[in-house]
Design a protein around this ligand. Structure first.
Ligand SMILES: *Cc1c(COP(=O)(O)O)cnc(C)c1O
Length: 401
């Protein structure tokens, strides 16, 4: 039977609406921050990843403007064909020093760093063992690879379950794969908890596997000056591949792979998004150099981020909300039911709080939540107002406690 594209799209969209999965973006009328104007009203923003407030920082903007004057607005090519300017190279050298690794290669986003790196380092003779809550870009990277990974074959372990991981490693050992890669988020993007990296690294060493760590939400948040999960646990030299994002705490856009010089050279030759997609505008690299400089010299934004994080988690817990064991600024407020979470999102918006519901399939069915993220920019007053809104919305949905 003939089905037109338009009819098919309409059916699919109706289905999404019925399943409470339909998304529509809202439009910001100001720079991002603690209190942006969105769709015509000023709201308290708890939805975004500008952890340190660098996305609109005067020094970062100044660096970007100077780079436009010096280099123009576009790189003009992919990185290996005339698209690598000195500022791209300088950013990679500074990131490598910051991460205490031999070399760093920047991709245009964290997403493309995952989808470029994972298939490049795995073959059909390899297996990849993955935490069940790993980020979508990890899953897509794995799907693009030829490695053995299917969940049905048991290569996905229950969230942070080290017995489950060890069982996978034991099974992999018996099957004689050439390489075994364990891959995990450092900070899990929907639950805000931290991977048990010391145990993961220890198991990897015991079973001759290697580790890839996606540190998108740990960059600028955990470790010395925000150097990430490896720094947080002092595991330098024991994680083979680290991914960082330049889009969240660093406030601009981009992703990178940190590791050995050989890894960098391999990805220059085999990382498909690196090979076939245009380099960042030079102003992006210049802005990121400025962000990195601020992170390494001014401890205050990270201190404020963590003070706000502690305040917010404490206040939510005292008010009886379940934050699902989160340990970082990512603070889920557990709801459970998908439709109720979406209703809560709408009521919070009416109260002047911008925080989004996260529902299936991003998280498991029946595990819907409102995801909140305090940043260095929020004042205690912002957080107090947001807390009161959460309480009022809960009372409206369930009747007073
Ligand atoms: C956000 C995120 C990414 C993608 O990073 P971008 O730079 O935004 O593309 C990758 N992995 C994880 C775990 C993330 O949270």
């Amino acid at each position: 039977m003939h089905l037109s594209l338009q009819d098919w799209l309409k059916d699919q969209l109706d289905q999404l609406r019925r399943d409470s999965q339909y998304k529509t973006p809202r439009f910001l009328e100001t720079p991002t921050g603690a209190r942006p104007v969105i769709d015509g009203r000023e709201v308290i923003n708890l939805a975004t990843n500008n952890y340190l407030g660098l996305a609109n920082h005067p020094q970062v903007k100044k660096a970007a403007l100077a780079a436009i004057e010096r280099w123009g607005v576009g790189a003009g090519g992919v990185r290996w064909i005339g698209g690598t300017m000195q500022v791209h190279n300088q950013l990679e050298l500074e990131l490598a020093e910051f991460k205490h690794v031999e070399a760093v290669l920047v991709f245009t986003s964290g997403f493309t760093a995952n989808s470029g790196c994972i298939p490049a380092v795995l073959t059909e003779k390899d297996v990849v063992i993955s935490d069940e809550l790993n980020h979508a870009s990890i899953i897509d990277g794995i799907r693009l690879s030829k490695a053995v990974y299917q969940k049905s074959e048991g290569w996905v372990y229950a969230h942070k379950d080290m017995d489950g991981l060890e069982a996978c490693l034991r099974k992999a050992e018996k099957q004689g794969f050439e390489k075994k890669m364990i891959i995990t988020d450092g900070v899990f993007s929907m639950d805000g908890d931290i991977a048990p990296l010391p145990e993961i690294v220890q198991l990897a060493e015991q079973y001759g596997a290697f580790v890839m760590l996606d540190d998108a939400h740990a960059s600028g948040v955990l470790g010395k000056n925000g150097a990430g999960t490896v720094s947080h646990f002092d595991l330098h030299g024991r994680v083979d591949i680290q991914l960082g994002t330049l889009s969240k705490a660093l406030g601009v856009v981009g992703g990178y792979i940190a590791g050995s010089q050989a890894l960098k050279e391999w990805l220059i030759n085999r990382g498909r998004p690196y090979l076939f997609s245009t380099a960042h505008p030079p102003m992006v690299a210049a802005a990121l150099i400025a962000s990195l400089e601020i992170m390494q010299t001014d401890p205050e934004p990270m201190e404020r981020l963590w003070a706000n994080t502690r305040w917010w988690k404490n206040a939510l817990a005292n008010a009886g909300f379940d934050t699902l064991g989160s340990e970082t600024p990512i603070t889920p407020v557990y709801v459970g039911d998908e439709a109720k979470a979406q209703q809560m999102e709408r009521l919070l918006w009416d109260e002047g709080v911008y925080a989004l519901s996260i529902v299936y399939p991003t998280v498991a069915r029946g595990r819907a939540r409102i995801r909140t993220m305090p940043s260095a920019l929020h004042s205690t007053e912002d957080l107090e107002l947001a807390l009161n809104a959460f309480k009022r919305v809960r009372d409206r949905l369930t009747g007073p406690a």
